[in-house]
Structures are given as structure tokens and as C-alpha cells.
Ligand binder design. Structure first.
Ligand SMILES: [Mg+2]
Length: 185
């Protein structure tokens, strides 16, 4: 299979792993600094699947790189990634109405790398970080340690339906889970 000519941007925390300072009832899979880390179920199959399916896969987290890089080194060979971006690449936004601070992951920063917005997909559990690029977002349920979580195989199946498209933006992605479930019935 020729890989899809798209850039897939993956979030880290609560998308691929769950990190906490107080470990859950079971042993963590690994630790980084003061954090206990848990891999999302089916993580290896998902990462191998997206790396085979997409020409470009990058990681963009709102965490700091001194945390994210060692976490990634436990779950993936970083040389297979197009980039690893941390909080310093995010744009800070203060939302007055809710008195919240948000780290945005603006798609225009990817355009500077040469990726056109028609060919960029984000998988992220925090839709507010993509408030300027909803059309590129496949929202995923947050992973907080549930061992029966089966989100990654589902989202991989859905990404295969978007990969061949010339422009991923016109597709409504909020209800993607229902579409994949139906496909598998
Ligand atoms: Mg996240």
C-alpha cells in the first residue's frame, strides 16, 4: 500500500498514554520523573498502523519536551516521526468568558513546514486546543487508565477512511465513532 499523502498529528497525554503523580491501583507501565505512565491499550498496533498508513506522523503535545521526549522513547522510535513538538510550539490563549488558559496547536504552524491544511489530521482528546482547526480534528475520548479502552483500533479504522481523500476538511468528524461502528456491524 502506498501511504496516504497526509500528515497525522498525534497528541500524547490522554490520547496515547495516561500520566499521573499518584499511581493507579495497578503498577505503571513505566515512569518518567515523578510521573507514573500507563500505555493506552492497543498502543503498539495503533502506532505501527499509522506509521505504515501515513507518509508523515508527528507528535504535538501541550506538555513540555523534557517530559514528552522520554515518554516517547518508551513507546516509539522517534526517528520514525516527522517531528516532536511541545508546548513551546503552542500558542497561548486566554478565554475571558470561562477564565481559562488554553494551549492551541495552530495549523498555520504546520503550513510553514509545507503541509497544506487539506492534508492534515489531528487526533486529540482536547478539542479546545484545535478550536481554530476543527475541520482537521478527529476527537478521541480521553484515556485515564481504563484497561478495557478500545479507542485506538476504532480511530485507526476511521483514519483509513480519511486517508485516501484529497481534502479531509469537508468531512464532519464529530460523529466518526458511529460511522466506524456501523461499518463493523
Ligand atoms: Mg491530550
Amino acid at each position: 500500500m502506498t501511504p496516504y499523502d497526509k500528515l497525522l498529528v498525534l497528541d500524547l497525554d490522554e490520547t496515547l498514554v495516561h500520566a499521573c503523580e499518584r499511581p493507579l491501583e495497578r503498577e505503571p507501565d513505566f515512569s518518567v520523573g515523578p510521573y507514573a505512565l500507563y500505555r493506552r491499550p492497543h498502543l503498539d498496533a495503533f502506532l505501527n498502523g499509522v506509521l505504515a498508513a501515513f507518509e508523515h506522523v508527528g507528535i504535538w503535545t501541550a506538555s513540555t519536551l523534557p517530559y514528552a521526549v522520554p515518554v516517547l522513547d518508551h513507546i516509539i522510535d522517534r526517528s520514525r516521526l516527522s517531528f516532536v513538538w511541545g508546548r513551546e510550539r503552542c500558542t497561548h490563549k486566554y478565554i475571558r468568558e470561562t477564565d481559562e488558559h488554553v494551549w492551541l496547536k495552530p495549523i498555520r504552524k504546520l503550513r510553514r513546514l509545507g503541509f497544506r491544511k487539506e492534508r492534515v489530521l489531528y487526533v486529540d482528546d482536547s478539542p479546545e486546543k484545535l478550536m481554530q482547526s476543527y475541520s482537521n480534528l478527529v476527537p478521541i475520548r480521553p484515556f485515564v487508565g481504563n484497561q478495557s479502552d478500545a479507542e485506538l483500533p476504532l480511530v485507526l479504522a476511521y483514519l483509513h477512511t480519511l486517508g485516501p481523500l484529497t481534502n479531509v476538511r469537508p468531512i464532519e468528524k464529530r460523529w466518526w465513532r458511529a460511522r466506524v461502528d456501523r461499518q463493523w456491524e
